[in-house]
Design a protein around this ligand. Structure first.
Ligand code: GTP
Ligand code: MG
Length: 293
């Protein structure tokens, strides 16, 4: 570019000269810069995408009950879900997103930042593709909430169903993480196992729900690993394509092994619905959500 050097030089000389024009110009510039900067940042904030969370878990676990409770603040009757639905919810008063804990509570910009998108998915075995689609398509996915019926877990079938689904989800997340290693892909996703229906007297406490799920996943993992070894006899030493959960696939599984794939698993109890005098208990789940924001 043929910039006229003389003009530049002239302009520079003028700007450093103690003339009134130059002083006023510099003064205006230095005073308006912070304002321009503020407006720019403010606009940027308004464009922030709402963090999203996906609800999944076996049918009847209480996902839709939880979604409506998050949305309305009161429990409502539900029906078996056939299709996923996404709802924008607000963090309840008293819960502060982790990234805004030092912000004044009357800051007008926090209103928008208290919003989250929650996607409910159907739990029926044949409709689970919706859940996998929701995980991959959600913009700004901050976490998965795997809802289990803590009372159903006490029966072998209930436990097997929940654990198989959870195993497959964790495996999908692990694959997503390993697959992303080569390029700069998505980091690990935190998972909340919401032990629901703790108001029922047959429900297992959260710690026991965790233990039972880990034991069941240990079984599932070793069964799958055996199947893999049998079918992989002719493909010598094909260790690259790891298909099992956590380290190696032998021994006992525990959720801590998912940290390798940057997946932090927490198990927290509560109840999304309540009968008669009983109250719903979801504060700790809100607390977990706020931690991920
Ligand atoms: N006692 C009790 N019942 C609950 C609780 N949460 C949900 N329920 C009941 O469990 C039943 C199933 O709840 P839903 O929310 O429809 O279950 P879902 O996980 O959405 O099931 P799908 O849509 O089939 O995947 C409903 O009758 C709820 O009222 C709870 O915390 N305690
Ligand atoms: Mg439902």
């Amino acid at each position: 570019m043929a910039v006229d050097m003389d003009t530049v030089r002239e302009w520079l000389t003028w700007s450093f000269s103690p003339s009134l024009g130059a002083i006023v110009f510099t003064l205006l510039l230095s005073l308006s810069l912070p304002i321009i900067f503020h407006l720019f940042l403010y606009r940027q904030r308004a464009a922030v995408v709402v963090p999203s969370f996906v609800l999944l878990g076996p049918s009847g676990a209480g996902k839709t009950a939880l979604l409506t409770l998050f949305e309305r603040g009161t429990p409502t009757a539900t029906h078996t879900s056939q299709a996923p639905q996404t709802v924008t919810c607000n963090l309840p008063a008293g819960v502060t997103a982790e990234s805004h804990k030092y912000r004044a509570s009357d800051d007008p910009s926090t209103k928008k930042e208290r919003q989250i998108d929650v996607t409910d998915t159907p739990g029926h075995g044949k409709l689970r593709q919706h859940a996998y689609d929701a995980i991959t398509s959600a913009t700004s996915l901050k976490g998965l909430i795997f809802v289990v019926d803590a009372a159903a877990i006490s029966s072998p079938q209930g436990l097997a169903e929940a654990a198989t689904y959870l195993h497959d989800i964790l495996l999908a997340l692990q694959k997503r993480h390993t697959g992303a290693k080569t390029s700069k892909g998505p980091a690990g996703i935190p998972v909340l196992i919401a032990a629901n229906k703790l108001d029922l007297f047959t429900a297992l406490p959260a710690q026991l729900v965790k233990k039972r799920l880990e034991e069941e996943i240990t079984k599932i993992r070793s069964t799958r690993a055996k199947g893999l070894l049998d079918s992989a006899v002719d493909i010598e030493g094909d260790d690259e394509d790891r298909e099992w959960l956590g380290e190696g696939g032998d021994g006992n599984f525990n959720f801590g092994q998912m940290k390798e794939a940057e997946i932090e698993v927490s198990v927290i109890g509560g109840n999304a619905s309540a009968k008669g005098e009983e109250k719903t208990q979801v504060e700790q789940w809100w607390g977990w959500i706020a931690q991920q924001m």
